[in-house]
Design a protein around this ligand. Structure first.
Ligand SMILES: Nc1nc2c(ncn2[C@@H]2O[C@H](COP(=O)(O)OP(=O)(O)O[C@H]3O[C@H](CO)[C@@H](O)[C@H](O)[C@@H]3O)[C@@H](O)[C@H]2O)c(=O)[nH]1
Ligand SMILES: [Mg+2]
Length: 194
């Protein structure tokens, strides 16, 4: 399939209340050479990073549990989501960001992290590229309770559980977060933890 080209891109700001929501209008060149006017709403929250913390000896992973309003309004009864640790880059390098998020959210001060890939989270509507990482953790790396930054009202619960229990939670529907499923299945496929 030929790559279409685009022209006459216009950006209209719809909201900059917290992040940025723009309405983008443009013309898109179809395969037959005709130009078609299109309009798309594009939500820009910046990019993010996510990480699976695992311990091969214990056969465990560290996950988080927190309230997510967008899921509450769309079928998730109590709005609680079990997720890997993740955060928005806020201008930081992805590796710097993820180490900081791990300490804030889970209380572990980890060493080396391994970047595995990047992926667009929801390319039809959201600009976000998410940087995916894995890292090992040990009990001795726990330096605080975690739970997130108080002034951001994050209220994050830290869950350490057997890897197989997390895999079972994908099957049962208790884990329904895409980045978390991607990272758990990455660990499974590559035998990081059993
Ligand atoms: N007041 C206010 N606060 C907000 C708003 N949107 C987000 N926040 C706050 O901004 C902070 C963002 O926390 P992070 O840990 O940096 O981000 P995250 O929400 O965990 O994001 C991660 O998960 C997302 C969902 O999967 C990913 O989209 C993102 O890339 C990242 O991986 C949280 O305290 C959140 O409550 C808003 O509209 N208003
Ligand atoms: Mg977070």
């Amino acid at each position: 399939m030929e790559k279409g080209s685009i022209r006459n891109i216009e950006t209209e700001l719809l909201s900059d209340n917290w992040y940025i929501l723009n309405k983008m209008t443009f013309e898109y060149e179809r395969e037959d050479g005709t130009w078609e006017a299109q309009s798309r709403e594009v939500y820009d929250r910046g990019n993010g990073a996510a990480i699976l913390l695992y311990n091969k000896e214990k056969g465990t992973v560290v996950l988080t549990r927190q309230f997510r309003m967008p899921t509450y309004v769309n079928g998730n009864e109590d709005g609680m989501m079990v997720e890997v640790c993740a955060g928005l880059l806020d201008g930081d390098h992805p590796e710097v960001c993820i180490k900081k998020e791990v300490e804030e959210e889970t209380g572990y001060k980890i060493g080396e992290v391994h970047k595995i890939f990047e992926a667009y989270s929801s390319p039809g509507a959201v600009t976000e590229v998410l940087h995916y990482f894995v890292a090992t953790y040990e009990d001795g790396m726990k330096v605080s309770e975690g739970g997130g930054v108080d002034h951001e009202t994050e209220n994050i619960e830290v869950l350490e559980m057997p890897f197989q229990e997390a895999i079972d939670m994908i099957k049962s529907g208790e884990i329904k977060d895409a980045k978390t499923i991607i990272l758990l299945q990455y660990a499974q496929v590559n035998g990081l933890v059993v």
